[in-house]
Design a protein around this ligand. Structure first.
Ligand SMILES: NC(=O)c1ccc[n+]([C@@H]2O[C@H](COP(=O)([O-])OP(=O)(O)OC[C@H]3O[C@@H](n4cnc5c(N)ncnc54)[C@H](OP(=O)(O)O)[C@@H]3O)[C@@H](O)[C@H]2O)c1
Length: 258
């Protein structure tokens, strides 16, 4: 597929978790920006639905069924992407899950599941994204962290630990790839109205109102505002930014006003 404006081959982006919530909004943003967009997640039906929604907006896309916790699946997914496109311009590591319940009540498997998805999944994805980017001499990786990469949150110990860890991975991969024209940054969104939080609100409807009341606008962060920040980090306009995490939370975590 060619970019019709300048006859250059279209850029390629891979988005883990691209079939739902924030990842889907990011996928739509990259489609609109002319990228060939690869959606990566476990549930095929959800993948087909996401592709259908993108096609209704006028865009083709590619779906790769992959569990980011599993190295063999991640390796073969990026091999398929390389074989199909011979390039990977941007990669957004957005697949994530939440835990529920205080740390003392979590089971070992719940803790492992969150860490394996959010933290190990981000590492494994970068492990196989970077070699493709090295082959073409350039690339941008954006890891999706959270405001909980900088704060604690009762009832979310594994999630908080995983998101703190993503900041460390981001900085380290940025340093390790400084000489390869590959930038690695992170975005830390505030509260987003996505299926992830909706599952909590269904059990505890009061939480939606409580979260909204925390926000200056009394609304969740628009997904499109996060998408724009991700796209900016993947553009030459942010060329000197590397190993950083940009918080997109309307100032929620900036500090106190007394
Ligand atoms: N919602 C918020 O308020 C908020 C705030 C800050 C940061 N974030 C972060 O934003 C990211 C997206 O969250 P969201 O709110 O958009 O959640 P979501 O709607 O639940 O989407 C999560 C996505 O991750 C995929 N996924 C989960 N486990 C996976 C695995 N093992 N392998 C591959 N894909 C997997 C899911 O697809 P399958 O289940 O089909 O695999 C789905 O596409 C997460 O990293 C989350 O931590 C969210």
């Amino acid at each position: 597929m060619m970019n019709t404006e300048n006859n250059a081959p279209s850029k390629v982006v891979a988005i883990s978790g691209g079939t739902s919530g924030l990842g889907f909004a990011v996928a739509l943003g990259f489609c609109e920006a002319g990228y060939q967009t690869c959606l990566i997640s476990r549930n095929e039906e959800q993948g087909e639905m996401a592709q259908f929604e993108l096609s209704r907006a006028g865009f083709g896309s590619y779906f790769f069924k992959c569990d980011v916790r599993n190295e063999n699946e991640v390796e073969s997914t990026y091999l398929k992407i390389f074989n199909q496109f011979q390039r990977l311009d941007s990669a957004i590591n957005c697949a994530g899950i939440l835990d529920s319940g205080n740390g003392v009540n979590l089971t070992e498997s719940e803790f492992d599941d969150v860490i394996s998805t959010n933290l190990k999944g981000t590492w494994l994805s970068m492990k196989y994204q970077v070699p493709i980017m090295k082959k073409t001499g350039q690339g941008n990786i954006v890891n999706i962290a959270s405001i909980l990469a900088f704060h604690g949150s009762s009832g979310n110990s594994a999630y908080v630990a995983s998101k703190h860890g993503i900041i460390g991975l981001t900085k380290t991969f940025a340093l390790e790839n400084l000489n390869f024209n590959i930038r690695v940054n992170a975005i830390a969104p505030g509260f987003l109205d996505t299926p992830m939080l909706d599952r909590i609100f269904q059990k505890n409807p009061d939480k939606r109102r409580k979260i909204q009341n925390l926000m200056k606008t009394k609304k969740f962060i628009p997904l499109n505002n996060v998408t724009k920040s991700v796209l900016w980090l993947c553009s030459t306009e942010s060329a000197s930014i590397n190993g950083q995490c940009i918080v997109v939370d309307e100032g929620l975590t900036a500090g106190y006003s007394l």
